[in-house]
Every structure is written in C-alpha cells, then in structure tokens.
Design a protein around this ligand. Structure first.
Ligand SMILES: NC(=O)c1ccc[n+]([C@@H]2O[C@H](COP(=O)([O-])OP(=O)(O)OC[C@H]3O[C@@H](n4cnc5c(N)ncnc54)[C@H](OP(=O)(O)O)[C@@H]3O)[C@@H](O)[C@H]2O)c1
Length: 253
C-alpha cells in the first residue's frame, strides 16, 4: 500500500486486545499515523512485549484489563484520560471463541464467550461514549465477525455474541449521533492470527476455507486494520451504524 494518510496525528485511541493479532496491527497503523494509543489485554507479559517491540516512546502505553470487568474498564479509561486528556476513538477488538455446539455448552462457557465478545464491548463503549459525549466527537469501531451473520455449527455462542455486537453498533450509532460520534463495525472472515490458528494451520481445512473465498486467500491482519482506520478517520464522518464485511467476497456469492 502506498502513502495513504488518515490524518490522525495526535488523536488518542484505546485499542482493546492490542497486544497481538488484529489489535496489534491496528495499533501499528495508528502509530504510523502519529496517533497516541492505549492498548489493553489481560496478560502483562504480552502487553510489555508489544510496547517494547513497537518502540513508540510516549505515544503508547498499556493497561492490564479484563474488558468484561467493569472496574478494569473504568481504570483503563481513567488512565487514558490522565495520560492524554482526551479520547478520540475506541477500537473494540477483543474477542475469543471456544468451539462447542450450543446444546452441549455449559452455562459457564456461554457466559465466558458472551462476556469477552459482547459484555466487554458494551462496558468499553459505554465508558468511551460517556467521555466522547462530553467532547462532542469520537469514533467507535468494533471488530465483529461474519459468524454474526452466517450461522455455523460449533460457533453458535460466538455468532450470537457477534450478532449482538452488530446490533449494539446500530443502537449506539443512533444514541450518539446527536453528539457527532460515529459508531461502526468491521466483520472479517478468517484472519491469520493465533485465534484462528487451529483452522488455517491445518492444510485440509485451510484449502476448504479458501475455496469459498472469491479472492482466493484468507485475510491478513492488515486487511482488517485499513478499513478500521478509515472508520476512525474524518474520511468516514457521514458513515454510522454500519458493518463493513472484510471477507474476500465470500458473502457476495
Ligand atoms: N482471527 C480471525 O480469524 C477472526 C475472524 C473474524 C473476527 N475476528 C475477531 O477479531 C478480533 C481480534 O481477534 P484476533 O484474531 O486478533 O485474536 P487474538 O490473536 O487471540 O488476540 C486477542 C487479543 O485480545 C486480548 N484479550 C482476549 N480476551 C481479553 C479480555 N477478556 N480482556 C482483555 N483483553 C483480552 C488478548 O490478550 P490477552 O490474552 O493477554 O488478554 C489479545 O491481545 C476478535 O474480536 C475476533 O473475534 C477474528
């Protein structure tokens, strides 16, 4: 990709789950644009490694937080405001799945998947929305999944949670529009990260997945990071309540 500018210099973003995978790629792109970034994750060693590798000085810092815990989320945004004094964007990137059929899932597993994908998105959006409402500007972008659109056996709880993320995106877009805040989502198909490694690292499964993708490959994290940055930038100021599918054309078939 050539020199594309999203005009994000000195804007402040929180990226949840910024220590690896898609969140780390979004963080890299934001830093390249000279934005300030606060990343969170549960494990301090993952955060430390990311901050050290990114080598971005005062433009990045990490807060250890479990996004489904309200106190952790409050602390994440309090620290962000203490450090940078404003919040221009939130990327709700955290997500996880454990493969199970719905009827065999224990209620505790249901709760864990819903908490990480949906409750955490609510808690972070709520807190960020309150700050942005005062500022009368802001961008919220959530990383959903095509699993929220297309039912897949064994991905049921995850799919329900991501469908919830899409509906939350529409509701928040309406609630926050009067305050000049845009709320959107990006829904990828398979992306080459640790999360999906059990699938893409298996030659037969990988071949089968790629067959259903017109562009003939699975996504790389950067394929998700670029549309996310577009939705964080003034180039998308008249877009809200939308979900962009980043699926290599598979939903067009
Ligand atoms: N990869 C795919 O194929 C794919 C496809 C469609 C959608 N997505 C979505 O894209 C997003 C990112 O996925 P990814 O593939 O980049 O995942 P990943 O490689 O597993 O990275 C997940 C990140 O989130 C953090 N995290 C996980 N649970 C957390 C929690 N409860 N609180 C705070 N941080 C937490 C992890 O750090 P810690 O472990 O230290 O907490 C890590 O930084 C997710 O929403 C996922 O559903 C992924």
């Amino acid at each position: 990709m050539g020199e594309l500018s999203y005009n994000l210099r000195d804007k402040v973003f929180v990226v949840t789950g910024g220590s690896r995978g898609i969140g780390l790629e979004i963080t890299k792109l934001l830093l390249k644009e000279k934005a300030k970034v606060v990343i969170c994750g549960r494990k301090q060693d993952g955060l430390d490694a990311a901050v050290s590798n990114l080598d971005a000085g005062d433009s990045i810092f990490a807060v250890s937080a479990h996004i489904a815990k309200a106190d952790d989320v409050d602390n994440l945004f309090d620290k962000t405001m203490e450090k940078y004094g404003k919040l221009d964007g939130l990327i709700n990137n955290v997500g996880m799945n454990i493969v199970t059929s719905l009827i065999d899932a224990e209620p505790s597993l249901w709760q864990k998947i819903i908490d990480s994908n949906l409750t955490g998105t609510f808690l972070c959006s709520r807190k960020a929305g309150q700050i942005m409402r005062e500022q009368k500007s802001g961008k919220i972008v959530s990383i959903s999944s095509i699993a929220g659109r297309r039912s897949a056996p064994a991905m049921g709880i995850y799919g329900v949670a991501k469908a919830g993320v899409e509906m939350m995106t529409k509701v928040l877009a309406q609630e926050l529009a009067p305050f000049n805040i845009q709320v959107n989502a990006v829904a990828p198909s398979m992306v080459k990260t640790k999360f999906s490694e059990p699938f893409w690292s298996n030659k037969d499964i990988h071949e089968q997945i790629v067959k259903a993708i017109p562009l003939g490959r699975i996504a790389d994290p950067i394929d998700v990071a670029h549309p996310t940055l577009f939705l964080c930038s003034e180039a998308s100021d008249f877009i809200t309540g939308q979900t962009i599918l980043v699926d290599g054309g598979s939903s067009a078939v």
